[in-house]
Design a protein. Structure first.
Ligand code: ARG
Ligand code: ZN
Length: 481
């Protein structure tokens, strides 16, 4: 693995302060501070996230130069120690200038690909509040991991939008969906450049010295680190109020040319889509709504960034695409509010967001979910590689495989057939209510579906999520479309 780190990396000297008394509190006699683990044991990405502390809030205060892609700033992390700690890790790639823990300068060192190891300047006790201040700078588009960067530099700015790795390139974090937090983001840019992020604007853009403007955004509901995003560049920002009274903030890159109207005709339906999804999935979990139409030289995918998905330019190539708006907003419940406890459970995100598209089609009278099931089933021949990927365990390299989306939606349709519509449409909001702002596993979902339906669903889950090969289906009108 090769990491090219732009900016200056200062490697601190390890732990000479470790023998100092612990924060003015008596240290329990038996306590042996130990290092926080460098990962959370995810079965696909074992070193993502870190153990030993739990983040409550990130305050991310940045300065960005579109002309050079230089990003600099300070992130303040509010956390609670979950064990006695001698040191702990953050996940981060840019060049670090300094780290302080509760005001004390802390030694730090880069370890592995994306780990920043911080030595506790004084012993940290379990339950203690930590304030970690990290100052840093770098050029994210040139900071490569295996030749890759999750930060997309474009002609007029940049996009910090990626899954599952995104924060590495712009703020130090505990980078796993199991550690959710709220966040504030503020970014200073040359005046005339727009900055869009999650949530709401706690203040109007503020003029700063040097013909600059500082934009501020706030997310008040707990979210996973990959949900945080930045879109910097030339945007038309359109605000409105949703039927549920929440602010709707949409942003359209001015670079889209003839794709611009299709982007607007799709994203402007966000409030309607969220209203309809709320009826199926339960109360909308976040404080604002919206969408960002990314630039013509930006990302080619879409991401369910919390409260405000970001859409790549390719979705508008052939006209409006409300399906992708339905998909990304369904993720606000399935993926964002209820997040994977382990990336192996990605079906809980992509299968559900994909099935939401089928439900929308059915609602619009453009083809029933059964017709879409039949069409999808028939479009993958029995000997296709497609049927060899298990949606319930697609492997680290397969979390966005077509099988997770298409066979994943087929699995939900089979569940619906097995339990009936009445139970199926009680299972969906029960799931989002039970794990709101938390995490879930496929096993937990199966247990909940069995409890609500009163049926043993092992055959459905095993056949559709965990068995290679094309399952037989009893009756089908496949090919009818
Ligand atoms: N969760 C996204 C979606 O299906 C997929 C993101 C794919 N990520 C990527 N880097 N291509 O809506
Ligand atoms: Zn998706």
């Amino acid at each position: 693995l090769t990491v090219t780190t732009a900016g200056t990396v200062v490697t601190g000297t390890p732990g000479q302060a470790a023998a100092l008394p612990g924060w003015g509190r008596p240290k329990p006699a038996a306590a042996t501070p130990a290092p926080g683990s460098p990962g959370l044991g995810d079965s696909y990405f074992p070193d993502y996230g870190n153990g030993g502390y739990d983040v409550g809030h990130y305050d991310i205060r940045l300065r960005y130069e579109p002309a050079t892609d230089r990003l600099s700033g300070t992130t303040t992390i509010l956390a609670t120690a979950t064990q006695d700690l001698s040191r702990f890790n953050l996940d981060f790639l840019l060049g670090v200038e300094s780290v302080r823990v509760n005001g004390w300068p802390a030694a730090f060192a880069r370890e592995g690909v994306h780990e920043l190891a911080v030595t506790a300047p004084r012993p940290i006790l379990k339950g203690q509040q930590l304030t970690v201040v990290v100052k840093y700078a770098g050029i994210p588009s040139e900071t490569l991991v295996q030749g890759y960067t999750g930060w997309t530099r474009v002609a007029d700015g940049a996009l910090a939008v990626n899954e599952p790795e995104s924060a590495w390139w712009w703020f130090p974090s505990n980078d796993h969906p199991k550690d959710k937090a709220t966040w504030d983001v503020s970014v200073s840019v040359p005046t005339g450049v727009e900055v869009v992020s999650n949530g709401v604007q706690p203040r109007d853009p503020l003029p700063e010295a040097g013909n600059r403007t500082r934009w501020s955004w706030r997310s008040v509901k707990p979210g996973a680190t990959y949900q945080a995003f930045l879109a910097i560049g030339q945007y038309d920002i359109v605000t409105d109020t949703a039927p549920n009274g929440q602010p709707v903030i949409n942003a359209y890159s001015t670079t889209l040319g003839e794709r611009g109207p299709a982007a607007r005709a799709s994203i402007e339906r966000t409030a309607e889509v969220v209203d309809w999804e709320s009826g199926l999935f339960g109360p909308y979990p976040f404080e604002a709504q919206g969408g960002v139409a990314g630039p013509i030289d930006g990302i080619g995918f879409a991401l369910e960034t919390q409260s405000r998905p970001v859409y790549g330019h390719s979705f508008w190539r052939r006209g409006a695409n409300v399906s992708v708006v339905v998909h990304e907003n369904a993720h606000q419940w399935f993926g964002d509010s209820v997040s994977v406890a382990d990336w192996r459970n990605i079906w809980l995100n992509e299968g559900f967001a994909s099935y939401a598209e089928w439900l929308w089609s059915e609602e619009q009278g453009e083809g029933t979910a059964q017709e879409l099931f039949d069409f999808t089933y028939a479009s993958y021949p029995a000997d296709s590689e497609f049927w060899q990927v298990l949606p319930g365990d697609p492997g680290a390299a397969g979390i966005f495989d077509d099988a997770v989306y298409d066979r994943g939606a087929m699995a939900l349709h089979q569940l619906r057939l097995a339990v009936g519509d009445e139970a199926f449409f009680r299972i969906l909001p029960a799931w989002t209510a039970a794990h709101r702002y938390g995490n879930g596993t496929i096993a937990q979902f199966q247990a909940l579906a069995e409890r609500i339906s009163g049926r043993d669903l092992d055959a459905v889950f095993t056949t559709w999520l965990f068995t290679a090969g094309r399952p037989e289906v009893a009756t089908t009108a496949r090919g009818a479309l």
